[in-house]
Structure formats: structure tokens, C-alpha cells
Design a protein around this ligand. Structure first.
Ligand code: SDX
Length: 434
């Protein structure tokens, strides 16, 4: 198991307020990031902090993922994302994130076999899917189905039940994703095949039909595996923080993951990859003029944003986008697909990265900027892009849920607020109101 190195308190910060002085212990992580521990702030001074969007607030100490936004560094359990994307596999990275160490050959084989054997969905889910509209976006279908898994796998949350839930989620997520796609196009579901690896199985469930077998292209399966690795975790992002908050109430893992899927769907978060492709296609339809689109993204009076650009943490190139940029080139040539959208993306990047508006705000391509171009080249339908993000992020969500649950100091998450509403006033009978 991983040796979680707890952050060490070194010096203090001192806060003075209305004649009171409070020493705030400085907690320092293993990458020398300092944080002021404000655990005693309110009881000692009556103050709370105010930080909309939590841009300056650490919610927890975590040993899972390290990001240095200024340097564009991303590491899972200390391993650089670039090395894992090149040398590892998604299931190996899932094990690493959840257990803290790379698996032995025996551990990985056992993990892989266990997942393969839990890919089936209960047959009653057919009626569940049938009840949903055909034109439903796959993300709410995914969130609803994952939440409904809790009704099929009930029981007190013992360690074994939790471990079984982890395997069931990792195993069934691709099956649920493929079923949500087949449901949306009115085709029969395709059963998982135990002879196929994780990504090949997903592709087969997505694209095989009763009339025609689907030949998995190893280039496509490998690119998909790399995409899942690159999306596997990203410390305290919006959806992972959602999973932690829901899990902190002792709600079960199915419920927490379902909530994380809902948060990820937002266009400012995981929904951005679909928005990027729609943006590129809009530019292509209009006149392919990237420069005009960048001008709109800069215009304060225009709500247009350059989707796939900017990041709360990265103030440098998102290292995942760098890997995906190279994958784009490789895939577009290998799969002989139209590179028109890639050409537009490249032009957008070139114009934006030389524009003062983006430079001054340190807006660079993020993970979503190129991922959509790759998903499209792999034949994944646009409305499934965020589902792919959820499939990739699942082990990260699980790792954070487990880390939070295993922390003896963990408490239910319950932020405070600064109240700005009406002060005390008496109830008025309806005929006395203005
Ligand atoms: C993901 O947190 C994570 O780790 C997320 C993620 C993960 O792996 O989990 O990395 C995945 O969600 C990536 C981000 C995907 N979203 C997008 O690509 C949507 C487009 N980008 C944004 O809307 C924005 O950049 C955010 C949401 C990503 C970050 O928003 P912030 O940190 O709240 O920044 P902001 O909105 O306050 O922007 C700061 C300034 C503003 O201008 P000013 O008010 O200072 O003049 O930058 C501008 C913004 O208008 N700006 C953009 C822009 N992003 C920010 N202007 C044009 N186009 C953009 N994309």
C-alpha cells in the first residue's frame, strides 16, 4: 500500500484581528507547497474565510496526484504523466492511483481478470434503458445508471462490499457507456466479450452489430487506452471534489460516482471536449476563419469562449494537451482521416498563443482542446466525448473517495457562508403587503 507522507507543519503565519492574534500553523507537503491551517480560525477570532470557487483553498491533504500549474507538471503517485501515457496501460494506472504503487505482474493479471468477469449488466437494466428517451444525452443516462447500480448491489458497506463496488464500477462503466450509445441510436446492446481487453471490449460493444462483426484496430484501441490514462485523475477538480463531498456524508460509492458524473458534464469542466469539436465544426462551417473566432473569444460583450483553452491551475501548457497534440498527428496520418478540424485547431492555438489577451491571462490549451479531435478520429460520436472523460476519470474518483474514507480525521464536508440576505423582519399578512 502507498506510504502516504503526511504534510509537516513548519513555521506559523500570524493573523491579527481586532486585537486578537492567532498563529496559523504552516503545513508543507512533500513537494514543498505551504498551506496555512485555519482549523482554529473561527473559534479563536470569529472569522471565516471567503474564497468563491475555492481558488485559494485546500480541501484536504492528498497523496494521489501532484500538479504544478506554473511548470505544467502532472504526476500520478509520483510518476510523470508523460511516462505513464507512453509505457503504462489504463488498468495499470487505475491500480496505481487506487493502491499507491504500480502492480506486480500477478496483481495486474488478477485485477484484469476480476474486471473482465464483472462487465455484464443485470438484464433488468434493459427495461431501465427502455424507459429513457432515445434522444437523451449519454451523460445523464450514465449518471442515472451508475446511481441505479446501488439498487442491485445493496448491503452494509464492509471493506469487501467496497472492493466489490470498485471492481463493478470499473468493469461496468464501459458496458453502460456503450449501452447508452446503442440506446440512443436504436440498435441492440452488444454483450461484453471476455476474450477482449478493456478498450477493445468497449469499442466492440460500441460498434459491433448483429449484422456485422467489428474488427478492433489495435491503433484505435491503444489510442483510447492512452486517452483514458491521460484523464484518469487531476487532484481536486470540480467532479473529484464532488465525489469527495458526497462521500464525506458516508453515502455509498455508487452515489458519489453518479454525482461526479453530473459535475463532469458541465461545459466548463468535462463537457468542454464536446464543446471544442462543436466549436471547430462551427468555424469550419462558417469560413474556417480561426482569427475571427479568437477575436470573439476576447470580446467582453461576446459570451463566446475559446473552449479547450484556459485552466484554473495550469498557467502553462497542460502536459496532457502536449501528449494529445502529438497523438493527433500520429493518428490522423495512420487512420487517414480528414485533418480539417485538426488544421483549424492548430490555427486557433497559433493565433491564441501569440495574442496578448491569452498571454496576459496565461490561457493555454487544456486536456479538452485536442482530445475531441482524437475521439472523432477514432469514430467516437461527439455526444459520447464526455462519457469517455468519465470512463477515464473513474479510477481517480475512486482513489479520492477511498483516500477520504480512510482518513481518520475526515469529517463531513460543510462549508460556511457570509449571509447577505434580509435581516430580521416580522411576517406580514397578505393584505398588508405592498
Ligand atoms: C477541465 O480543474 C481541473 O483540473 C479540470 C480538468 C480535469 O482534468 O479535471 O483539467 C478538466 O475541466 C479542463 C477545463 C475545460 N474547460 C474549458 O476548456 C472551458 C473554457 N475555459 C474556461 O471557461 C476557463 O478557463 C476555466 C473554467 C477552465 C477556468 O476558469 P477560471 O479559472 O475560473 O478562470 P476565469 O473564468 O476567471 O477566467 C480568467 C480570465 C477571464 O477574463 P477577465 O475577466 O480576467 O478579463 O480569463 C478569461 C476569462 O474571461 N478566460 C477566457 C477563457 N478562459 C478564461 N477567455 C476566453 N476563452 C477562454 N477559454
Amino acid at each position: 500500500m502507498s506510504t502516504q507522507t503526511s504534510a509537516t507543519a513548519k513555521t506559523n503565519a500570524v493573523l491579527t484581528y481586532e486585537g486578537k492574534t492567532l498563529n496559523l500553523p504552516i503545513v508543507v507537503g512533500t513537494e514543498n507547497e505551504p498551506a496555512a491551517d485555519i482549523g482554529k480560525l473561527r473559534s479563536a477570532t470569529g472569522l471565516i474565510t471567503l474564497d468563491p470557487g475555492y481558488g485559494n483553498t485546500g480541501a484536504c491533504q492528498s497523496a494521489i496526484t501532484f500538479i504544478d500549474g506554473e511548470k505544467g507538471i502532472l504526476r500520478y503517485r509520483g510518476y510523470p504523466i508523460e511516462e505513464l501515457a507512453e509505457k503504462s496501460s489504463f488498468l495499470e494506472v487505475a491500480w496505481l492511483l487506487m493502491n499507491g504503487e504500480l502492480p506486480t505482474r500477478q496483481e495486474l493479471e488478477g485485477f484484469r481478470t476480476n474486471i473482465t468477469r464483472h462487465t455484464l449488466l443485470h438484464e433488468d437494466f434493459r427495461r431501465f434503458f427502455d424507459a429513457l428517451p432515445k434522444d437523451a444525452h449519454p451523460m445523464p443516462v450514465l449518471a442515472a445508471t451508475v446511481g441505479a447500480l446501488a439498487t442491485f448491489y445493496q448491503g452494509p458497506e464492509t471493506e469487501k462490499h467496497l472492493q466489490d463496488t470498485v471492481i463493478r464500477l470499473l468493469a461496468k462503466m464501459p458496458t453502460i457507456a456503450a449501452c447508452s450509445y446503442k440506446h440512443s441510436i436504436g440498435q441492440p446492446f452488444v454483450y461484453p466479450q471476455n476474450r477482449l481487453d478493456y478498450c477493445s471490449n468497449f469499442l466492440n460493444m460500441m460498434f459491433a452489430t448483429p449484422c456485422e462483426e467489428y474488427e478492433v484496430d489495435p491503433v484505435v484501441a491503444h489510442a483510447l487506452d492512452q486517452l483514458l490514462i491521460l484523464h484518469a485523475d487531476h487532484e481536486q477538480n470540480c467532479s473529484t471534489s464532488t465525489v469527495r463531498l458526497v462521500g464525506s456524508s458516508q453515502a455509498n460509492l455508487f452515489a458519489a460516482i453518479s454525482a461526479g458524473i453530473g459535475a463532469l458534464w458541465g461545459p466548463l469542466h468535462g463537457g468542454a471536449n464536446q464543446q471544442v469539436i462543436e466549436m471547430l465544426e462551427q468555424i469550419e462551417r462558417e469560413d474556417g476563419n480561426a482569427d475571427r473566432f479568437v477575436a470573439r473569444a476576447k470580446d467582453k460583450n461576446d459570451t463566446t469562449r475559446l473552449m479547450g483553452f484556459g485552466h484554473r491551475v495550469y498557467k502553462n501548457y497542460d502536459p496532457r494537451a502536449k501528449v494529445l497534440r502529438e497523438t493527433c498527428d500520429r493518428l490522423v496520418n495512420k487512420l487517414d482521416v480528414s485533418s480539417k478540424l485538426l488544421d483549424i485547431a492548430r490555427r486557433l492555438e497559433e493565433v491564441a498563443l501569440s495574442d496578448e489577451y491569452f498571454i496576459s491571462r496565461k490561457l493555454y490549451p487544456n486536456v479538452d482542446f485536442y482530445s475531441g479531435v482524437i475521439y472523432k478520429a477514432l469514430g467516437i460520436p461527439t455526444n459520447m466525448f464526455t462519457v469517455m472523460f468519465a470512463m477515464g476519470r473513474l479510477p481517480g474518483w475512486i482513489a479520492h473517495f477511498m483516500e477520504m474514507r480512510r482518513d481518520p480525521d475526515n469529517r463531513i464536508g460543510r462549508p460556511r457562508q457570509v449571509y447577505t440576505g434580509a435581516t430580521l423582519r416580522p411576517y406580514l399578512p397578505i393584505d398588508k403587503r405592498g
